[in-house]
Design a protein around this ligand. Structure first.
Ligand code: ZN
Length: 490
């Protein structure tokens, strides 16, 4: 048996002002064939798992390129086509193969391509023909399209938000792909469209229970895998939205019925699944009222993991204006300020203009006289087993506030973000992050309380306020009754 594996991934926020080009991929994560590290990245875990299974099971694995760009705005046509053609060329040279296993994200949008992953798998199918298994792992914040359904035998999404299970789902995907290639199973993919947009964090109820119920259904009655497509509502493309996938071992009627039942249940939970957000001032008041720290406040709508810049200053500005101290910000993206601080060196005191340099929706820069406390070339943080580059980074201090400035856009994942930049996170009363969900696993272990802060932007957090032009209607909450059942929605 011969298996080809590769990974091509980013998440495109079509409202973001930051273009994505080849340097965005090369600068974030780029592993040519055979050079993928043994640790998985969020979307390339299938390559690592396939490598291990090849050793254990004794098949031949041909590795292609694996690459990932930090989520941002539209991908250039040239960048997408170059990376696609690089992987297709590697696949062509690897023929014949019995299976193609891909690590994708599923929300990549390029100029000229609403559905990059659909285009990729359509090309893969044209190369390998109808009988070869094509399987892909996706981030649940993806767009499920007809083109993907027509060309993929298997698709598995992470179940957890935050995405703590990307490696486990890769194991599942690779296993299902190998069993399909050996003709042990015949996957049938059933889909039900919930016709809704919502946030579905699984670290809290009711989604925690929903995911646990789904997991209990897998592995019996011929159910091979169940996925919830959460969708990515910061993209104005036709196929945005929440959908259910049920893969059975050739039980189409049962699979369709189960997908519908799970979809209707999820639709009934609409509007109840998200976090509770506080305004900036309410969040500061609540944090100050806590007897012990560190209180973690996260700026959910400037999460670079959702394609924003990570340089918005709305929260920092209010801390400065209110004179609140004993707080560390990790991070604000500002490569220009980092360069100036590195040139000045540790211990230097200097005037600095911080953040909000990219777009008007990000607030206004904060001007301060800062002291450079730490300079770390090529700084990193962890996200479980992955090492996440922050780029050259510095810590500056002023008015009782520490701010980490980084030069590679990255959301806040784990507390070593602070300790690597000379700040003991346990000694601060408050830590301010830029992340929507992924910080939760590691920071919940040290936080006295976690507060989700709604600073108003720049991410389009409320679909009702977004000027969508291309999204398929009807869809809740833009339309009250998308399924035409006559039942009123709120
Ligand atoms: Zn995601």
């Amino acid at each position: 048996m011969r298996v080809f594996a590769a990974s091509l991934a980013t998440e495109t926020n079509t409202f973001s002002p930051i273009p994505t080009d080849l340097s965005s991929f090369y600068g974030t994560f780029y592993a040519p064939p055979g050079k993928h590290p043994d640790t998985p990245t969020l979307c390339s875990a299938p390559v690592v798992v396939a490598r291990r299974r090849a050793r254990e099971d004794g098949f031949t694995l041909i590795e292609g390129t694996a690459t990932w760009a930090e989520p941002a705005g539209m991908v250039s046509r040239a960048a997408y086509e170059a990376l696609r053609d690089e992987i297709l060329g590697q696949l062509d040279a690897a023929l014949p193969v019995d299976a193609v296993i891909l690590g994708l994200h599923g929300a990549m949008v390029a100029h000229g391509y609403d559905d990059c992953e659909g285009d990729l798998v359509e090309h893969v199918r044209a190369i390998v023909g109808p009988d070869v298994v094509i399987a892909a792992e996706f981030d649940p914040h993806c767009h499920l399209t007809e083109t993907r359904l027509a060309n993929l035998d298997l698709q598995v999404m992470f179940k957890e938000v935050p995405h703590t299970d990307f490696a486990d789902r890769a194991e599942e995907l690779v296993d299902l792909a190998l069993r399909t290639a050996r003709r042990e199973i015949r996957p049938h993919v059933a889909v039900w469209d919930c016709k809704m947009l919502d946030m579905l964090p699984t670290s809290r109820q009711p989604m925690r229970g929903y995911v646990d119920r789904i997991r209990a259904l897998e592995g019996k009655d011929g159910v091979l895998s169940i996925s919830v497509v959460h969708g990515f509502s910061a993209a104005d493309v036709p196929d945005v939205g929440i959908k259910i996938i049920v893969i059975t071992d050739n039980r189409p009627a049962f699979g369709n019925q189960l997908a519908r039942r799970l979809g209707e249940e999820l639709f009934s939970l609409r509007g109840t699944t998200g976090h509770t957000y506080l305004s900036i001032d309410d969040a500061i008041d609540a944090a100050l009222a806590e007897p012990a720290g560190p209180v973690v406040l996260t700026d959910v709508w400037d999460n670079p993991g959702g394609g924003t810049a990570g340089d918005a200053t709305f929260v920092l500005r209010r801390f400065v204006e209110r004179g609140v101290t004993d707080v560390a910000f990790g991070t604000i993206w500002d490569p220009l300020a980092v360069r100036l601080c590195m040139a000045a060196g540790v211990g230097a005191t200097m005037p600095l203009r911080i953040g909000a340099k990219l777009a008007p929706r990000h607030g206004a820069p904060v001007d301060a006289v800062v002291t450079v406390k730490a300079v770390v070339p090529g700084a990193v943080q962890h996200f479980q087993d992955s090492v996440v580059p922050l780029g050259d980074s510095v810590t500056v201090a002023f008015d009782g506030i520490d701010v980490i400035l980084n030069s590679n856009r990255a959301q806040s994942f784990e507390p070593d973000l602070f300790s690597n930049l000379g700040i003991d996170p346990l000694k601060k009363k408050m830590l301010v992050l830029k992340s929507a969900n992924h910080f939760f696993g590691a920071f919940s272990k040290i936080a006295s309380r976690i507060i989700y802060v709604d600073a108003g932007g720049p991410y389009p957090g409320d679909p009702r306020k977004v000027d969508y032009k291309r999204i398929k209607r009807p869809i809740w909450p833009l339309d009250a009754d998308p399924h035409g059942t006559g039942t009123a929605a709120e």
